[in-house]
Write a protein that binds this ligand. Structure first.
Ligand code: MTE
Ligand code: MO
Length: 566
């Protein structure tokens, strides 16, 4: 194979050699195979030409007909799970051609654009399948622009993944809908609520279908309203990426900062009541498979978005079927007309555009449940992993984050640095205490109770603190939370780094440059900057100010000689 060149360890002979040697371009480094008698260097392959086996693709049939809209009034809905043959046809089409790989954003530079990543591979797969899926990428982007705040940071354009800017993440204890993060694995279906139906089948006594009107019938199903924080297990992934590269497909691994968490008041009904209405579970069913309308493509296999939750969770009335978010009709981007909200679990189980619930015996084998959202041991990775080596993530652990200030910021202060952020714990636990350290995690100050937002069983707490800081120069501010079970966070990212780059729940660390204005020398120097009209920013630009005259310097050295004779 051309890409498996055997050679000695000579220079790569390229202008960016120095950068590569310094580990700044890991994606072009050859792998060293030292296992044999001679060292083998395995270079990344050159980008290959995009090829298409037109004959094979055509032989599959008319894509418009094959991948047509399943139901009237459900734009973007192609049913896959009921039609194994159709899945195979789609797979055939996707494997009869090649696609440009998504750019390496972990080892290569992250684009300075908004959207940060375009999602060209997912766009190309949807275009290749055609039919109902052809316009999905463009239509979804239109919905993003319609429904989301203009300041959203679009990490991935398609499937859409976006988070609010730090300033707005925890500005309010309840996240406004337009600012709630969005994580999609495919397009945004547009469903006519009047034509909507939820199907409940599998191992229930009497399978049934429900219209929205049925579900909203209060004589049948009592309403449920709750304030709930939802967190994606990818929150703060960028810290793991900054430390070590991991699994790098774009959709599973959007490079989230601290904003993939949000809190809203949801209204709907308990899923338990609907199961009861179907006569309850039979044949020792223990899990409920939840189906989302849109198409998800994993390893070129096509399906709908499917995960499952255990019956024990449903039985506890901790799974809601919701149609309202913060007093508004559920936005299209958040699952209109009906979504699941699983309290205290990873966001991935809270299925949007829910259209089917199937009672089953074991957790679903669908890829989002069984092949993704796995929490691996550190030694598990590309060359050795099996899906069973990862824990299927359900309840989220305790976590927290500093939203202000930002890393690399210079903070001028008078002995206290004002910090703000959020703290959260999953599984029905809540933050009891939030602590900050200005010295990398040696001494901790607790956030005063009146500076923490209200406690809630299923919600985060936002907080603010004036953090004492006497020292100057680079410091590391660290934040950690203790929940009501006295769980707390690992102190560094490395301790919990994992190949899937999930659950970055280590204490949040930011590096800031402290300028303490209560210090006499600093005061003097700052006033000199002002006198000479010298800009304070950036930190790294050195502008000489005459801190001492030559005469003062000379005097000093005369009184304090550098060297001594005896
Ligand atoms: N149908 C469907 N439901 C879904 C997803 C999806 O891609 N499709 N993403 C899940 C994930 S991973 C998360 S974190 C949450 C995000 O919900 P939000 O977009 O409303 O914030 O939705 C979950 N439900
Ligand atoms: Mo997620």
């Amino acid at each position: 194979m051309e890409s498996r060149r055997r050679s000695s360890l000579t220079a790569l002979d390229r202008p960016d050699q120095w950068m590569i040697e310094q580990g700044m371009a890991g994606h072009v480094l050859p792998i060293l195979d030292q296992a044999g008698k001679t060292v083998v260097k395995v270079f990344p392959p050159k980008p290959s030409e995009i090829v298409q086996n037109k004959k094979a693709i055509q032989a599959v049939g008319n894509r418009k007909k094959l991948f047509a809209r399943e139901r009237e009034g459900w734009v973007g809905y192609v049913e896959w799970e009921n039609y194994p043959k159709k899945k195979a046809q789609a797979h055939k089409i996707l494997t009869s051609q090649t696609f440009a790989p998504c750019p390496d954003y972990q080892w290569g530079p992250i684009p300075g654009t908004n959207p940060v990543l375009a999602g060209d591979d997912f766009k190309a797969w949807h275009a290749a399948l055609g039919g109902e899926l052809a316009p999905v990428a463009d239509d979804s982007w239109k919905t993003v622009l319609e429904e989301k705040h203009p300041e959203m940071l679009h990490l991935l354009q398609f499937p859409y993944n976006g988070e609010p800017p730090k300033r707005l993440v925890a500005a309010k204890a309840i996240t406004p809908n337009s600012l709630h993060f969005v994580r999609n694995h495919g397009g945004i279906p547009i469903i006519d609520a009047d034509k909507f139906e939820l199907k409940l089948d599998g191992l229930v006594k009497s399978p049934k279908s429900y219209t929205m009107e049925d579900l909203m019938d209060e004589t049948k199903f009592p309403r449920m309203e709750k304030t709930i924080t939802m967190q994606c297990s990818g929150t703060r992934r960028i810290e793991q990426i900054a430390l070590y590269a991991g699994q790098g497909d774009e959709v599973p691994q959007a490079p989230w900062a601290e904003g993939a968490i949000g809190t809203a008041r949801y209204k709907g009904i308990s899923l338990k009541k609907v199961i009861k209405d179907c006569g309850g579970l039979i044949d020792h069913a223990k899990h409920l498979e939840l189906y989302g309308v849109e198409t998800y493509i994993k390893d070129l296999e096509v399906g709908n978005y499917v995960v499952s939750v255990p019956w024990s969770k449903v039985k506890a009335n901790e799974v809601i079927l919701a149609w309202e978010m913060n007093g508004e009709v559920l936005p299209k981007i958040h699952g209109y007309p009906l979504r699941v909200i699983v309290m205290g679990y990873i966001g991935a189980r809270s299925v949007k555009w829910l259209y089917r619930i199937k009672a089953i015996k074991s957790p679903t084998l669908a890829p989002v449940q069984s092949r993704e959202y796995l929490y691996f041991n550190q030694q598990v990775g590309k060359y050795n992993l099996r899906p069973i080596d990862g824990i299927q993530i359900q309840e989220m652990p305790v976590s927290s984050a500093i939203m202000s200030p930002w890393t690399k910021q210079v903070i001028m202060h008078d002995g206290k640095i004002h910090c703000k952020g959020w703290a959260y714990s999953g599984g029905g636990r809540w933050p009891e205490r939030v602590e900050l350290s200005a010295d990398g995690g040696f001494n901790w100050y607790a956030v005063p109770e009146d500076q923490l937002s209200k406690k809630g069983k299923w919600t985060w707490r936002t907080w603010e603190i004036d953090l004492p800081c006497d020292v100057e120069g680079w410091i590391e501010i660290v934040c950690r939370c203790w929940d009501n079970s006295l769980n707390t966070q690992p102190l560094n990212v490395r301790a919990a780094w994992n190949w899937g780059l999930h659950v970055t729940s280590s204490a949040h660390r930011i590096k800031v440059y402290s300028v303490n204005k209560t210090r006499t020398l600093t005061q003097l120097k700052l006033s000199q900057f002002e006198q000479h009209n010298i800009d304070l920013a950036p930190l790294t630009r050195y502008d000489a100010v005459p801190g001492m005259t030559d005469a003062e310097l000379g005097e000093y050295w005369e009184a304090n000689p550098r060297d001594v004779d005896e």
